[in-house]
Design a protein around this ligand. Structure first.
Ligand SMILES: [Zn+2]
Length: 283
């Protein structure tokens, strides 16, 4: 890809259907092992879809999930997708605190590197869980050995989110070294930042609105960052008894994900985040 104006990244946060945040009905870590796994089926579907369009995705694997599906991790890597890290146990950084977060991200990175035998360059925090109170987070991510981060949601949202964060990819100078941040894509409407490019936002927004948003991004030389979860291509997955607003965000319009992914793959170009970062950092 020669110019910045059509850069896009299709990212997948690889986790199970029960890895939802911020609700008392979400099962705790100890309970996960006894729950049904839908990951294999959902990732198979995504691999077929991506292969059909010859699109390579950046996959942020949760360490706990990777540990249980090492062959699938290797197969995704063999298919040309990037294996990045989503931490180990899906902890929210601002709840976990610095020490627990440090241990979690190092454990997640090591598991994936042991499985693939390759260095992991990229990280995304659970729930885009960065806030203005987690300024230590970037230092920890760099110190764990990551080269880039894609944890910032630069708009107001239920959890995480830094409303006044820079919206373009940029270098963050931590005390220890330089980390490249690739924030989630947002566009401004009437002075308010919104995103139609991932999760419930992508499922709810009509294609005309998403298309308008992508044009706006590209006209501003901003990359398109799309994010999906395997559970979003699986409308039949079990439901947790979440609070009403969480239930809406988590389960609305699940059947729209696959057609929207086909549409995105047909109409836009995507590259791996690690290739973009390597080119930018000349590494
Ligand atoms: Zn997640």
């Amino acid at each position: 890809m020669s110019s910045d104006d059509s850069v896009g990244f299709l990212t997948i946060d690889v986790e199970e259907w029960f890895h939802i945040l911020d609700d008392p009905a979400v099962p705790g870590f100890e309970a996960w092992v006894g729950l049904e796994s839908r990951l294999q089926r959902n990732m198979e579907l995504l691999l077929v879809l991506l292969d059909e369009h010859k699109v390579s995705a950046t996959m942020f694997w949760l360490g706990w999930v990777a540990e249980k599906h090492p062959d699938l991790v290797r197969r995704c890597a063999e298919c040309g997708h990037e294996i990045a890290s989503h931490g180990y146990a899906h902890v929210l950084a601002y709840e976990a605190g610095r020490e627990k977060f440090r241990k979690d991200i190092r454990r997640g990175k090591k598991i994936i590197e042991d499985i693939t035998g390759k260095e992991v360059l990229g990280f995304r925090a659970a729930g885009f869980g960065t806030t203005t109170d987690t300024s230590w987070l970037f230092e920890e991510i760099w110190d764990a050995g990551f080269v880039y981060d894609s944890s910032v949601f630069p708009a107001k949202r239920g959890h995480g989110g830094i409303a006044d964060f820079r919206i373009e990819p940029h270098e963050i100078n931590t005390v220890k070294g330089v980390l490249l941040e690739i924030p989630q894509s947002v566009v401004e409407i009437c002075g308010r930042r919104v995103s139609f490019f991932g999760g419930g936002y992508l499922r709810l927004a009509p294609i005309t609105l998403i298309k308008w948003g992508i044009n706006k991004l590209h006209n501003s030389s901003l990359p398109l960052v799309v994010y999906v979860h395997p559970r979003e291509v699986d409308p039949q997955h079990p439901r947790l008894p979440l609070k009403l607003h969480r239930r809406f965000k988590s389960y609305v319009n699940l059947s729209s994900t696959v057609p929207k992914l086909h549409w995105l793959c047909e109409n836009y170009k995507f590259q791996l985040m690690k290739d973009y970062v390597k080119e930018r950092f000349k590494i």
